[in-house]
Design a protein around this ligand. Structure first.
Ligand SMILES: *[C@@H]1O[C@H](CO)[C@@H](O)[C@H](O)[C@H]1NC(C)=O
Ligand SMILES: *[C@@H]1O[C@H](CO)[C@@H](O)[C@H](O)[C@H]1NC(C)=O
Length: 189
């Protein structure tokens, strides 16, 4: 007990000292925390090309945000028979859908830590379409879609909290199935 108590006291001292320094610096915004993580650069790019970067780069954004990792975007592109560049380029037929997909990853006003989620909990999103929570392991399931597993939890991003997903959450308003790609082909719209 004694060594861990000492370690705790030392950690508390460091935290107090760094708190003084941190107080002078702005916090890391949700956009910045994605852009600075090498596994989350595609979602940061998606925020930019959909014009949502400024919304996510806000120190006052109070929300729970799910961030699909880069491999999830690669898998989404291939599931649609598209190249990743076609998905992550602005002003394509897919761009408005990408904006809806991002809005489906944000639960407004609620800051939910991993420990706060409950089995079967229904979360409403900025897109006004719901997600369902599963526990052990923590999963997020889009309505009528494939569950995403939460692979990292509790990134603090100013007033928001972020969790990393292994799969992109595709809302029903975007996914026409089968096949998914039929929604995105100009000839089918
Ligand atoms: C994000 O906001 C910070 C200030 O909080 C600013 O320095 C930075 O340029 C912004 N980045 C983008 C991509 O808007
Ligand atoms: C959200 O969706 C529900 C139906 O699912 C609808 O009644 C409500 O008006 C919608 N809210 C907004 C802000 O669009």
């Amino acid at each position: 007990m004694a060594p861990s108590k000492a370690a705790f006291a030392f950690a508390a001292l460091l935290l107090a000292a760094s708190g003084l320094a941190l107080a002078q610096q702005p916090c890391v915004t949700p956009y910045q925390s994605a852009a600075r993580n090498s596994e989350l650069t595609f979602v940061a790019q998606a925020m930019q090309i959909t014009g949502l970067a400024s919304t996510f780069n806000n120190t006052a954004l109070k929300a729970t945000i799910f961030l699909p990792k880069n491999e999830a975007f690669t898998a989404l592109a291939s599931s649609m028979g598209l190249d990743l560049n076609q998905v992550l380029t602005s002003n394509t037929p897919f761009t408005p859908y990408l904006g809806q997909i991002l809005e489906y990853h944000v639960v407004p006003s609620q800051v939910l830590h991993a420990a706060d989620f409950t089995q079967g909990e229904v979360l409403n999103t900025v897109l006004n379409q719901t997600l369902t929570v599963g526990l052990s392991p923590l999963t997020i399931t889009p309505t009528g879609g494939k569950a995403a597993t939460v692979t990292f939890t509790d990134f603090i991003a100013c007033d928001a909290i972020e969790h990393v997903l292994d799969t992109v959450l595709v809302p029903q308003s975007v996914s026409c199935h089968p096949p998914l790609q039929s929604c995105f082909l100009p000839s089918s719209r």
